[in-house]
Design a protein around this ligand. Structure first.
Ligand code: PHE
Length: 452
């Protein structure tokens, strides 16, 4: 046993490598792939965005995934320990704490949106929102999010479920949930895509997602959006992958696990896009609708589609379940940290942090109703936090991570911990971490801030 764990309590571990991959994929696949990907792609030129996004995943996402897994597994501790372990004297060790704060912050608003999906799911389940009804879906959505109490109830419920899973531990909670949910999600999203693509008039939606509009590539905002989306969707730079890697046994190889997670996550986003855009186009709607795409445009589409209520139910189940497997991973980061630093039991740590996250999320929720006048650069509270987190905090934390593993961690140790051997791939990995990733992030950030 390592000196970090309290005596008599062996550190928790995944039961198999497949369980680790499923749980990590569960973290990666979430609102980011369905709700966020579809509107960011819609707003940034569809196919062109997809191309830049794939580039970002390959060049930045994959190497950073591997870096996080290695860092976590080598220290077998929480994210703060992992950063300290690899860089005991460098100022970069403090980036571990940034991850604890960042994941707590992301979860606070993530849960608000996940709460909306619970509300929709329940409505469709109860048949209250009969898709045949010709109600105004925009109004329905507005009245839900602007209500001072109702969205807080759903946010609370979602956090309560998240807490319940995390409390059950690595194997009994995180692993069990992903084993149950991930295969179901795969079947649901593929089924939805097949159905959407069979609708008359859906081809334009497929073309929108898959054929690039080259002119979008001259807009620097597209690159920042792709970068932010890659970080968000792969759960990068928030300590999740470090923490999850810390629960993996030495005998499992990391590069193939990183490859599987990146591939699965991208595939999931594309298939979700093939479920959403064809349906949107088939019913003559516009794709660039911002965040309301999933909550207003799609319900509208469902209400005119044959078999729409079943499809709606499947879709909101997909959203809510995918959000849950991501939320538990976000909560696990501060929980693992608090268990060690504050010497709390898993139960206590989960309850305290769950309550903290719920409270932190309250302003994000109220920002759509009573606190609507609180705006920054035309964005409400939740959008402001999401924007700052995805487009600033995540890239900065990602740079810190790349620099730490690339420059500060001993080269020999980093290569060995990543299960690489000295040679082409190890060199490429280090070059990406040392030069390409920090420079690319810096360039994109400066351009988008108008400083370049
Ligand atoms: N990757 C998750 C999603 O796409 C969100 C997330 C971000 C989870 C950061 C963990 C850490 O929904």
């Amino acid at each position: 046993p390592s000196p970090m764990q309290p005596p008599g309590s062996p550190r928790e571990e995944w039961s198999t490598k497949t369980a680790f991959i499923l749980a990590t994929l569960g973290s990666a696949v979430g609102l980011g792939n369905i709700w966020r990907f579809s509107y960011v792609a819609g707003d940034n030129g569809g196919g062109a965005f997809l191309l830049v996004y794939l580039g970002a995943v390959l060049l930045l996402g994959l190497p950073l995934l591997l870096a996080e897994f290695s860092l976590g597994r080598s220290s077998k501790g929480d994210v703060v320990q992992a950063f300290r372990h690899a860089a005991p004297r460098s100022p970069l060790r403090h980036f571990g704490m940034l991850a604890v704060l960042g994941s707590t912050l992301i979860l606070s608003y993530y849960s608000v949106i996940a709460g909306w999906t619970l509300s929709y799911l329940t409505d469709y389940l109860l048949g209250l929102l009969l898709p045949q009804q010709t109600g105004d879906h925009g109004e329905r959505f507005q009245s839900l999010i602007a209500d001072p109490i109702e969205p807080l109830f759903w946010h609370f419920l979602f956090m309560a479920i998240t807490v319940w899973v995390v409390m059950a531990g690595v194997r009994g909670g995180l692993e069990r949930l992903s084993r149950l949910v991930m295969p179901l999600l795969g079947v649901t999203v593929v089924g939805l895509a097949i159905y959407a693509m069979s609708l008359p008039g859906s081809a334009a939606g497929v073309a929108f997602l898959l054929s690039p509009d080259w002119s979008a590539l001259s807009d620097p905002a597209v690159y920042l959006a792709a970068l932010g989306q890659a970080f968000f969707s792969l759960s990068l730079a928030m300590g999740v992958l470090v923490t999850y890697g810390g629960y993996l046994g030495r005998e499992h190889r990391l590069p193939s696990a990183a490859g599987a997670v990146a591939t699965g996550d991208v595939l999931f986003a594309i298939i979700a896009g093939l479920a959403i855009f064809p349906a949107v186009f088939a019913f003559g709607m516009a794709p660039a609708q911002g965040p309301v795409l999933a909550f207003v445009v799609l319900p509208q589409v469902f209400s005119t589609m044959p078999g729409g209520s079943g499809v709606a139910l499947a879709f909101f189940f997909l959203l809510a379940a995918a959000a849950l497997t991501s939320a538990v991973s976000l909560l696990e980061v501060p929980v693992a940290w608090a268990m060690r630093v504050l010497a709390l039991s898993r139960r206590q740590a989960t309850l305290v942090l769950g309550a903290t996250v719920f409270l932190l999320g309250v302003p994000s929720s109220l920002g759509f109703g009573p606190w609507e006048s609180v705006q920054l650069a035309g964005r409400g509270i939740l959008d402001t936090i999401d924007h700052v987190v995805s487009n600033l905090l995540l890239p900065v934390a990602g740079t810190g991570l790349a620099l730490l593993v690339g420059w500060v961690w001993s080269e020999r140790e980093a290569i060995a911990e990543a299960d690489l051997v000295e040679g082409f791939w190890a060199r490429l990995w280090l070059i990406l971490l040392r030069y390409i990733i920090p420079c690319a992030i810096l360039l994109i950030l400066l351009r988008s801030l108008g400083l370049l």
